[in-house]
Write a protein that binds this ligand. Sequence first.
Ligand code: SAM
Length: 283
Amino acid sequence: MLDLWFTEKWSENTKFSIKVKEHLYSEETPFQKIDFFTSDEYGRFFTLDGMVMITEKDEFIYHEMITHVPMCTNLNIKKVLVIGGGDGGTVRELTRYNSIEKIDMVEIDERVVRLSQKYLPFTSDKLEDERVTLIFDDGLKFVEECESEAYDLILVDSTDPISVGEGLFTTEFYKNCFRVLKEDGILVNQHESPYYERYANEMKKAHEKIKNIFPIAKVYQFHQPTYASGHWLFGFASKKYDPTLDCNESAWNTLGLETNYYNTDIQRAAFALPNYVKKQLEK
Ligand code: SAM
């Protein structure tokens, strides 16, 4: 029997493939095509419009790094807005903090959430936490209509800046995030990658916009095997706190949170970027 492979184009000249055990489910929603697979190498994984979103084997990296870096920077964070994040992994990590009182998750496509609850229990199992409110709407519209100074932290766990995700990489969106954050608020956003040209261009554009709006605008890196090149970034923008100076490693360690990628050595080290990345961001 012929092997079945899932393949994603990382550039015009590079493809990434995962040998598929079973193609579990496929659905075309009004927003995107959703597919769920099983594989020997990565366990269960799902794709949106043919691009890997998360896999069972490496989702912990992304979801720990989007959450614990801002939380170690300000452990007084109480009200969090997650934009996107349909698989639930970011919310799962947030619910581990007893200090967080309210988590609003604004996801444009309810089908991503409902199907993740069915096929990805390991990421979606905390979406029913009593602190979590699911709002099925466009994140761009939500922040536009949201009251000012409503949140301590905004995590933009979005797809790439194409199709429905495009609006989440605009100056208008970042300006509204700034307004919706409290006076010591933090914004962390999915910030693409420095390696392949398509992603590097989006990285540069996003950083240029954010650094013109927030007084502190940094970028941190992590290794994400199933994203293009494996070298992936988050943006860290803040009205007040520097993630490498104001972080409280000892207080974070006292929480005793078990993690498999993030640790407080990485808190500062993740912001130490290679020269080729720094040069691109400084251009
Ligand atoms: N970790 C993944 C990555 O880095 O590509 C993204 C995780 S999550 C699946 C991305 C979510 O963003 C999707 O569920 C998608 O529906 C949602 N999304 C895209 N554009 C959106 C928008 N404008 N407003 C709200 N959610 C959006």
